[in-house]
Structure formats: C-alpha cells, structure tokens
Design a binder for this molecule. Structure first.
Ligand code: CAA
Length: 257
C-alpha cells in the first residue's frame, strides 16, 4: 500500500486506516481509493477486527478527489474509469467505520467521511463541498448524504457556494458525533470504537445494516427489515451469551458467533 497505512492491532479488535498523501492533503487519487477499497474488504473478512477507524492527519482528513488527476479528462475517460464504483464497494463494508477527522474534509473528503458511520471531529475540522468552485459538483454522494444530514437549505448553501463549515457548525447540524481538541481526536475515536468492539460483532453489523436501510426505504419496509435481523440474531451464540450474562449479573464475553 503506497497511499494508505493499515494497522490491524491499533487497539483490541480495532483496525486503523490512515490516508497517507500528506503533501497533497490526502487528495483521493484512483490508486488511494483502490487501496482503501481493498483494505476495507480485507478487514471486513478478518474476525480479529470488529471496528475500523479511518483517519488522515491533523491538517487534512482529505481535500477531495485528486483535481490534477481529473483536470484533463473527458466524459468518456471518466465513464471508463468509473471511479465511483470503488465508493460503492466502500459503502458495502459490513463493519462499522468511524471517521476521525481533523482539518480539511472537502469534496470527496467530506463525502468519504459521510460514507463512514460516525464522525469524531477535532476542533479544527472543516467540512465542505467546494466542487462548484472548479466548475463541477459533488459526485461521490455529496448532494445526497449532505442533504440527508444537514437538511435542504444548508446543504444547498454549501453545495452551491462551496463554502466550508467548521466543527461547531457541523455538530450543530448533526453531521458529526462529537468535537474534541485536536490532540484527542484519534483517542476519542478509539474510545468510541472500543465501546462498539465490546458488543457482539454480529449484532453490531446487523444493527448497522438496519440503520443504513432506513435511508433507502420507506418505514414499513425498514421495519420489516429490522424485524428479520432481530429474529436472525437469535441464531447466534452471542444472543445467548448476552442475555444469560444479564440474568447472571456478569459482563458478557461476545465471540462473534
Ligand atoms: N487534488 C489535488 N491536489 C490537491 C487537492 C486536490 N483536491 N487539494 C490540495 N491539493 C494539493 C495542492 O495542489 C498543493 O499541492 P502543491 O504543493 O503541489 O501545489 C498541496 O495539496 C497543498 O495545498 P494548498 O497549497 O492549496 O494548501 P492551502 O492550505 O493553501 O489550501 C485547501 C488548502 C483550501 C484545501 C486547497 O488545497 C483546496 O481548495 N483544495 C481543493 C479542494 C477541492 O476543491 N476539493 C474538491 C475536489 S473535486 C471532488 O472531490 C469531486 C468529488 O465529488 C469526488
């Protein structure tokens, strides 16, 4: 891997992926996105990993798709490369992904953070979809996910003007879970990841799947989907362990079976 760094034992059951193109503010070129897709696929199949943290560095989570790589391209080039198919694969990751964001999360960087399940932001984080300033528009989910997170008026403002919002505003609009001082954002993301990693990984993945489904279907179908996953969990040893531990007044030890 040239543009990302993967640490599988960042903390018990937690893998860390660091975007690693610091000079380019982690601009998301095709190779980086391919590496990210492959790493997530591998981690999704690794029983020793229950939660994934995705981060950049203090200055930038990611400043967007690589403009230099796209600048000379035509429609057919873009269609052939089909860069967003990589994103579809990332979106299919079953395990929870927490974005630990400091500095710029712009364009594709903001979209990548929003593709994750939760965002822990440093107080220096800045979010935005500035594609309009370079003659295009968001292409990796920005118009959809930002609108669902912020509501129409604010999303429209950001997408049409390209202006950024800071961490405080992002929290107010419920785009991020929490803000912490810059020296603590990774630690805080790890704390959140550890809490989730202590749960049954099967229940966690089915719960994630169900919450995500609520963005795609109407209520009745979502409730039906949720109910099926709920019943399905009664086939797991973790359900017996969790409920028995409650009755026996002890801490459960979930095995992911
Ligand atoms: N693509 C390629 N290179 C980028 C980049 C990007 N998205 N963002 C920053 N860089 C590069 C700069 O070109 C610069 O490289 P050089 O030193 O070789 O010139 C280096 O990173 C540092 O950047 P700056 O000197 O510009 O740093 P700054 O602190 O002055 O400004 C910034 C920071 C405001 C983030 C500014 O870099 C910027 O506006 N970047 C582009 C943001 C953007 O438009 N993102 C959307 C991209 S399109 C997209 O993402 C489409 C989609 O939906 C998937």
């Amino acid at each position: 891997m040239e543009f990302i760094k993967v640490t599988k034992d960042h903390a018990p059951y937690i893998a860390l992926i660091e975007l690693n193109r610091p000079k380019e503010l982690n601009a998301l070129n095709l190779q980086l996105m391919g590496e990210l897709r492959d790493a997530l696929k591998e981690l999704d199949n690794d029983d020793n990993v229950r939660v994934i943290i995705l981060t950049g560095n203090e200055r930038a989570f990611a400043a967007g798709a690589d403009i230099k790589q796209m600048a000379g391209k035509g429609t057919i080039d873009m269609w052939k490369v089909d860069q967003f198919s990589t994103w579809d694969q990332i979106n299919k990751t079953r395990k929870p992904i927490i974005a630990a964001v400091s500095g710029f999360a712009l364009g594709g960087g903001c979209e990548l953070a929003m593709t994750c399940d939760m965002i822990v932001a440093s107080e220096t984080a800045q979010f935005g979809q500035p594609e309009i300033k370079i003659g295009v528009m968001p292409g990796a989910g920005g118009t959809q996910r930002l609108t669902k997170a912020l509501g129409k008026a604010k999303a429209m403002e950001l997408v049409l003007t390209g202006k950024f919002i800071d961490a405080e505003e992002a929290l107010r609009y419920k785009l991020v879970n929490k803000i912490v001082p810059v020296e603590l954002y990774l630690e805080e993301a790890t704390k959140l990841a550890s809490e989730i990693a202590a749960m049954s990984p099967i229940a966690v993945q089915m719960a994630k799947e169900s919450v995500k489904r609520s963005f795609e279907v109407h209520l009745e179908e979502g409730l039906h989907f949720e109910r099926k996953n709920f019943y399905m969990l009664f086939a797991s040893e973790d359900q017996k362990e969790g409920m028995n531990a409650f009755v026996e007044k002890r801490k459960p030890d979930f095995k992911g079976r």
